[in-house]
Design a protein around this ligand. Structure first.
Ligand SMILES: NC(=O)c1ccc[n+]([C@@H]2O[C@H](COP(=O)([O-])OP(=O)(O)OC[C@H]3O[C@@H](n4cnc5c(N)ncnc54)[C@H](O)[C@@H]3O)[C@@H](O)[C@H]2O)c1
Ligand SMILES: O=C(O)[C@H](O)COP(=O)(O)O
Length: 647
């Protein structure tokens, strides 16, 4: 009697949290997610909607062009000024969320989304208001709009620099209060902080105060503005020149570089501290990259252009100020948190820092009694760096395209928490991506016990050098294939590595370079699962590991090896693996049983050690055979074991 086993488990389709679900490939027809689309599309992470439009929640004001673009694809809910509670309440009804810097997208938001939120779009650069770890853990892609507000931010940096150097923010309201608005006894007086049009800064605050309160307020707050209203004080507002002065840029990325170009045009000597910036890019702009100590000790003006990270947090602190020249001037259009605000206040009061111009604050808006904001040598704007009409329209379009693209499953070029794979690389890798997932699905179903695997070795064999093959996508798809069939989690490119780690799945990758034509990115992929029992002994290698191997033929994934048996079957539909003693008539017998069961065979191949010795027969089937049909196959005498696998 033949020993046989067959599996109708585990279930491969999972309940979706809503009618909208994510798969890794777009569905061209409403077939179950485990059936691959044909032809394969160039997609990474795909939002598949069988019948409903996705819903996009826009939580902060976005340029109209972006909103219009979103509306062509989705239901758009523009709800501004929501509390955290409001946001958490709404989010489980939304597939995507778009924010600027004013909304904190916390872990609570992802948890409240109950798996529905698939894309967060940050309409701007800084993503410090999005909990990226939580997004990744929830398989939510985060995209940003990193380029459209660069120039606006750089212009704002220059505006603050020049406005500060020439006391414009202080002088302008003083003149206006006396000469334009008037400042009569007991009349209410408006104090406008206005930076000249030539520097593209508009208003900051409007304060209604009585003249009798001016001096009091000024003395109490340390702010010179109110006390000086109505005065034509030409000697008080003498500034400092920029030409020949050293401007230090902390962070030499997109904004930093644009500030550098402009500052050089003003005749400044520009140097930068940025350990990650390429020296040749700096040289091309005529900027020298210097050490942190040199940056601190040589600056006449120091302008911040780095992201807020654990390393940059409070990078300007007491130590930093102690290294600076007396009279240094600070500009911050990056993030409030890169400055230790209390240390800056001390440095201003001690005279080390002569002036500061701040667009961003640790807490936004800053509390009313924030002593930095009130300091007479500090000028402020309410996070206006990106706020030009042009930048906001650009950002809105950039983020709308990114979010819609991500929901459609297109490559997210501005993904923040997933690998960005260039489109041409993706196009080439697409069939291998499908192969990788199929091999993972197949391998895990060969494991006895349903407990999954603890370690997998992936071998990529290619004629290309190891540096020419980006395996992140392939690894993610193998992980998806290994984990999804035995769990209820959805794995995608965003959360694959995290999910593997969380489940204790160790992944070792090896690349073998073959002689041959490097036209194809890969010859084949092999998976080996160690320390597991198999429900199909024929899949074990000589070393006792489950081993499967596949390649792409004519654009389609093929299984080419099971254990030590060479086979060749297209990885479509489902698969029956039979181990038998090679002899005439077996293929016919299995074929007729399947025919009787109305199961269509799409591929068949036999791999054998030698004629009349043990062989593995692989049969690709379009339909799932019923239990009776499988039982009949198992009863064929020559068949030692067999397994049915859903791909
Ligand atoms: N105020 C605004 O409205 C506004 C507008 C746009 C950008 N920003 C902020 O400006 C900053 C820069 O934006 P970007 O578009 O130029 O970003 P970017 O990524 O192009 O550049 C950031 C640069 O900082 C460098 N950097 C990172 N860590 C560093 C460290 N420890 N020390 C020195 N340099 C470091 C990076 O190497 C990179 O070159 C970000 O914080 C962004 O959020 C603010
Ligand atoms: O990081 C950014 O892009 C800027 O800080 C702009 O932020 P905002 O979108 O809130 O203006």
């Amino acid at each position: 009697m033949a020993a046989f086993s067959f599996t109708l488990t585990p279930p491969l389709s999972k309940p979706s949290p809503s009618s909208l679900s994510w798969t890794l490939f777009s569905l061209s027809s409403p077939t179950p997610p485990h059936f691959p689309p044909k032809p394969l599309r160039k997609t990474l992470v795909v939002f598949s909607s069988l019948n409903a439009k996705p819903t996009i929640l826009v939580a902060e004001k976005l340029g109209s062009a972006g909103i219009e673009l979103l509306k062509t694809f989705a239901n758009v809910d523009c709800s501004y000024d929501m509390t955290t509670e409001d946001l958490c309440a709404k989010i489980s009804l939304c597939d995507a969320l778009i924010v600027r810097s004013g909304t904190k997208v916390t872990r609570q938001v992802f948890e409240s989304s109950a798996g529905r939120l698939k894309v967060v779009g940050r309409a701007g650069v800084g993503i410090d208001n999005v909990d990226l770890a939580a997004a990744t853990e929830h398989g939510c892609l985060v995209v940003n709009a990193p380029t459209a507000n660069t120039i606006a931010a750089a212009e704002h940096g220059i505006a603050l620099l020049t406005a500060m150097a020439r006391n414009i923010a202080l002088a302008s309201p003083a003149v206006k209060a006396g000469g334009v608005l008037g400042c009569e006894n007991d009349e209410l007086c408006y104090s406008l902080v206005y930076v000249g049009t030539s520097f593209a800064i508009a208003l900051a605050s409007v304060t209604r105060i009585k003249p009798s309160q001016h001096r009091l307020l000024a003395e109490g707050s340390g702010c010179g503005v109110a006390a000086d209203v109505g005065k034509w004080q030409r000697s008080k507002y003498v500034g400092v020149s920029l030409v020949g002065k050293t401007l230090v840029l902390m962070g030499f990325g997109k904004v930093g570089s644009e500030v550098a170009r402009r500052a050089k045009g003003l005749g400044m000597h520009v140097i930068a501290y940025d350990p990650y910036a390429p020296a040749d890019r700096a040289r091309a702009i005529g900027v020298e990259l210097v050490s942190l100590d040199e940056a601190f000790s040589t600056a006449d003006f120091l302008s911040l252009h780095m992201p807020l990270t654990a390393t940059t947090s409070k990078i300007l602190n007491d130590y930093a100020f102690s290294k600076m020249k007396k009279g240094v001037r600070i500009i911050n259009v990056a993030r409030g948190g890169v400055i230790d605000e209390e240390a800056l206040l001390r440095a201003l009061n001690s005279g080390i820092v002569a002036q500061a111009a701040l667009d961003v604050f640790t807490e936004e808006p800053p509390p009313k009694d924030n002593m930095l904001v009130l300091h007479e040598n500090v000028i402020v704007t309410p996070h206006l760096g990106a706020s030009t009409f042009e930048a906001q329209e650009g950002v809105a379009i950039e983020i709308a395209e990114a979010v819609v693209g991500a929901l459609k499953g297109e490559l997210a070029a501005t993904a923040v928490n997933a690998p960005m794979v260039p489109a041409e690389v993706l196009a080439e890798l697409a069939p291998f991506v499908l192969l990788a997932e199929k091999l993972g699905r197949l391998a895990v179903q060969l494991v006895a016990g349903g407990g999954g695997v603890q370690s997998v070795k992936i071998t990529y064999v290619s004629a290309r050098g190891p540096d020419d093959l980006d395996t992140r996508l392939l690894r993610a798809m193998i992980t998806k294939g290994l984990i999804e069939p035995i769990s209820s989690v959805f794995v995608n490119l965003v959360n694959a590595d995290f999910t593997a780690k969380q489940r204790g799945l160790k992944i070792a990758e090896e690349r073998i370079v073959l002689d041959g034509s490097p036209e194809k990115p890969l010859e084949f992929i092999q998976l080996q699962l160690a320390n597991v029992e198999s429900k199909f002994a024929g899949a074990l290698s000589d070393l006792g590991e489950i081993k499967v191997q596949g390649m792409v033929k004519e654009g389609l994934p093929h299984l080419t090896m099971v254990g030590s048996f060479g086979v060749d079957v297209s990885l479509e539909g489902s698969l029956i693996l039979c181990k038998q003693v090679d002899q005439p008539g077996i293929i016919g017998k299995v074929g007729s049983i399947l025919g009787e069961g109305n199961v269509n065979v799409n591929f068949m191949s036999v791999g054998r050690i030698a004629p009349r010795k043990q062989a593995v027969m692989t049969i690709g089937v379009d339909e799932e055979p019923d239990t009776e049909t499988l039982k009949k196959i198992g009863e064929i005498k020559a068949i030692e074991e067999f397994v049915f696998l859903k791909l």
